[in-house]
Design a protein around this ligand. Structure first.
Ligand SMILES: [Ca+2]
Length: 303
């Protein structure tokens, strides 16, 4: 605005019929011929030019016009009736003895919360169910009400349930209770349930696949933004509807079987680590030439 007004003053100065001649002389450096009236006006003009430009503060009215566009915990929705959801949850808890839910009951609670079925164990553990073996209606309602008030999409809610207190990211061990519950209760994993020594191997494989796909920064910590950009929660939701082998990105038992068999084949001493010694025996010692190069790491990663 100020540069605009100065420009207008300059134009008016040039167009002043009484001063045009003096202005031409000024341009040639003959300021001593200028009349005092022109000098006075020129001095005032130069003073305006010399003043440093001040940053005009953003008026409150203007800042209020910029809509909020950053929602780290999801964009709040107008049509969420928290009291209605809480009432539904209380009604579900009233079906359980002493209004306490065990882990086996949490499927019904997850549905009352309008969550996918396999959110049941994260809901249970987030409400402290692992300490007492059950969750009381009061404890659960207090926690879920707070989550509904602060987390406005599924990603933010799931992150809040799984992350350690005060953490804004997920680490590998945060997924273990959730995946152990999938192993314990998914109808397509009954044969795996009978082989308890393979539980941790399946869980470890799924966790590695989750981090390989979701943790695009390779930091070892999945952020809310990374989880939101991924298809992981869609796969969790589909666990209750489809054959688990359809989840070819994460949960497929068939994929786990192929990965584990290849690992077992390469891990010749079966200590559950693949090292140079294991790979040196692979393919009639054909890979020995690679060990002194960075290819070693690449072979391990591509298994
Ligand atoms: Ca080994």
């Amino acid at each position: 605005m100020k540069s605009g007004s100065m420009r207008i003053k300059e134009i008016s100065l040039r167009q002043d019929p009484d001063l045009r001649k003096e202005l031409a002389l000024l341009a040639r450096g003959c300021d001593f011929v200028l009349p005092s009236r022109f000098k006075k006006r020129l001095k005032a003009f130069q003073q305006i030019q010399a003043q440093p430009k001040k940053e005009e503060p953003l008026t409150p009215a203007l800042s209020q016009n910029i809509p909020k566009f950053y929602f780290p915990k999801g964009c709040p929705k107008d049509n969420v009736n928290i009291d209605c959801i809480i009432s539904k949850i209380e009604k579900t808890f009233s079906l359980f003895p002493n209004e306490r839910a065990t882990l086996d009951d949490m499927g019904k609670v997850a549905k009352a919360c309008e969550c996918p079925l396999y959110w049941k164990s994260p809901l249970f553990y987030a409400a402290g169910g692992d300490r007492s073996g059950f969750v009381s209606v009061h404890k659960f309602v207090a926690i879920w009400r707070k989550i509904l008030q602060t987390c406005h999409d599924d990603t933010a809610k799931f992150m809040q349930l799984l992350a350690k207190p005060g953490c804004t990211y997920l680490e590998r061990e945060d997924f273990v209770p959730f995946l152990q519950d999938v192993v314990n209760t998914h109808p397509h994993l009954t044969f795996l349930r009978e082989a308890s020594e393979f539980h941790s191997r399946y869980i470890t494989t799924v966790i590695q696949r989750i981090f390989y796909t979701v943790n695009r920064s390779w930091s070892g910590r999945i952020t809310c933004a990374e989880l939101r950009k991924s298809n992981f929660l869609q796969h969790v939701a589909l666990l209750e509807e489809e054959d688990i082998n359809q989840s070819t990105d994460y949960f497929s038992y068939e994929h786990f079987y192929v990965i584990y068999c290849k690992f077992w084949e390469l891990d010749t001493d079966h200590d559950l680590y693949i090292d140079e010694q294991d790979l040196s025996k692979h393919s009639d010692h054909g890979m020995r030439v690679c060990f002194s190069t960075s290819m070693n790491a690449r072979y391990i990663m591509n298994i």
